[in-house]
Write a protein that binds this ligand. Structure first.
Ligand SMILES: *Cc1c(COP(=O)(O)O)cnc(C)c1O
Length: 437
């Protein structure tokens, strides 16, 4: 009997205890008890064989769940909007709104009259209120869909006049020119990579022009001998000007002086502005269209609009984001370096008390995700030997840092402060177990 308490295999948690773990209980509710039980037994057997420690059985069972759903990760990369990590993290208000909308909701019904109502009208009203310069607004699936809709409606079989300096690839092989041409529009490229003048546009504009497109080169900068034409001058050429601002700033942001915003573009005379919802706006994936009411109405009426329409969950998250713009993205952007330093220092101290040495280092974070190229945000990171990167990435929760000059940096600018405890535990686990685990 005495051996019982010593043999680690005896410490493997019992099935009923594991089934009470909230994560496994939730899985049992959605996937069925027997499937989850099988997963639990598998994890228990691994512990009995000595492959994993008894205390790791719950995490191993969770990791082995069938289609366990997306796993939250800690973004310590220092890239605030990381495309591979889902760009913007939603605010608590947006998450609550998504949960509330996940059942039946009056997305297309007026509860006062009992009649059909405009789909997503509350989110659209919030967007219109956030940008009073827009006569009308519309929302589609993402920024690319917004451009496709605009190009289809305004320029199919016609020319889109665009500067050669703005024919950009956004990422993962998504090239703006290919996307625009896929709608049946013809691209009329003007100017050069570094310089395009009003005269270049003026020569190209004619009876066959659908619109002039101005694109924010959102993930690179061209420096030196450069010229581009502001929206206020393009609008003098007598054709609609569509501005793809990319990152979804609705109004000017003093922290990002070179980042274009929707209100300024509209005030300068743009007919239509397109943007993403999940970049600097900090909301769900969405494509925002803001501009002239006639134009927006034509977009809304086009058959393609139905194929690009957004889900009720998107509307819910977007509305919440617009009404309370204190998103994780904005907090990360605004965080003061001193604050970040204090957080990293507390982390280092707690880890030192547990007997492990790490360092606090100054570093530079970026906005990323197609926003504010060239902007460097002073930040602070916990520095570990590079060999821990893999174990942290495969941990529970996974922690993503960045490797710089042979060190693994865990940059806190993109980590919400309420994740510091989770981060500390994840780091400690890996430091205890060693990099091979
Ligand atoms: C990100 C971006 C897009 C594409 O938007 P998605 O929401 O990713 O589809 C288009 N244009 C610009 C300038 C961008 O920055």
């Amino acid at each position: 009997m005495r051996n019982r308490s010593i043999d680690p295999r005896r410490r493997v948690p019992r099935t009923d205890v594991l089934l009470a773990d909230p994560r496994l209980a939730a899985a049992a509710a959605s996937h069925g008890r027997s499937r989850v039980k099988a997963v639990i037994v598998g994890a228990q057997e691994r512990a009995r064989r000595g492959e994993i420690r008894p205390e790791d059985v719950p995490a191993a069972a969770v990791a082995a769940l069938p289609g366990g759903g997306p796993q939250p990760v800690i973004n310590a990369t220092g890239v605030l909007l990381h495309t591979n990590l889902g760009r913007a993290a939603l605010s608590t208000a947006a998450v609550d709104a998504v949960i509330a909308a996940s059942g039946h909701t009056a997305v297309e019904l007026d509860l006062n009259t009992g009649r059909r109502a405009q789909r997503g009208r509350d989110a659209l009203a919030a967007l219109a209120a956030a940008v009073p310069d827009a006569q009308a607004v519309h929302v589609v699936n993402n920024g690319a869909a917004a451009l496709v809709l605009a190009a289809t409606v305004l320029a199919a079989g016609r020319d889109i006049v665009v500067s050669r300096g703005e024919l950009v690839e956004i990422g993962d092989g998504f090239r703006l020119p290919d996307l625009l041409e896929s709608t049946g529009a013809r691209l009329r490229e003007v100017g050069t990579t570094n310089r395009t003048t009003l005269a270049d546009y003026s020569w190209a504009v004619g009876a066959g022009t659908g619109f002039i497109l101005k694109v924010h080169p959102s993930n690179f900068i061209v420096r030196g001998f450069t010229t581009s034409v502001p929206v206020s001058e393009l609008v003098t050429l007598g054709v609609p000007v569509v501005v793809d601002i990319g990152s979804g700033l609705l109004t000017p942001e003093p922290l990002l002086p070179d980042e274009p915003d929707a209100a300024s573009a509209l005030r300068a005379g743009a007919s239509l502005v397109t943007a993403s919802g999940d970049k600097l706006l900090g909301g769900p994936q969405a494509g925002l269209l803001l501009g002239d009411s006639d134009l927006v109405e034509r977009l809304r009426q086009h058959p393609l609009a139905r194929a690009l329409r957004v889900d009720k969950l998107t509307f819910a998250a977007l509305e919440a984001t617009l009404r309370d713009p204190e998103t994780p993205t904005w907090r990360a952007l605004r965080a003061r370096p001193g604050e970040l330093h204090d957080r990293v220092e507390r982390l280092r101290e707690a880890i030192a008390e547990a007997g492990h040495k790490t360092e606090v280092v100054a570093c530079v974070a970026v906005v990323g995700g197609g926003g504010a190229p060239g902007v460097e945000l002073d930040s602070w990171a916990l520095s570990l030997p590079e060999r821990y990167a893999e174990a942290l990435r495969q941990g529970d929760p996974p922690v993503l840092g960045r490797v710089e000059r042979g060190r693994l940096l865990l940059d806190l600018r993109g980590v919400p402060a309420d994740q510091d405890d989770t981060l500390r535990r994840a780091v400690l686990r890996v430091l205890h177990n060693g990099p091979g685990n």
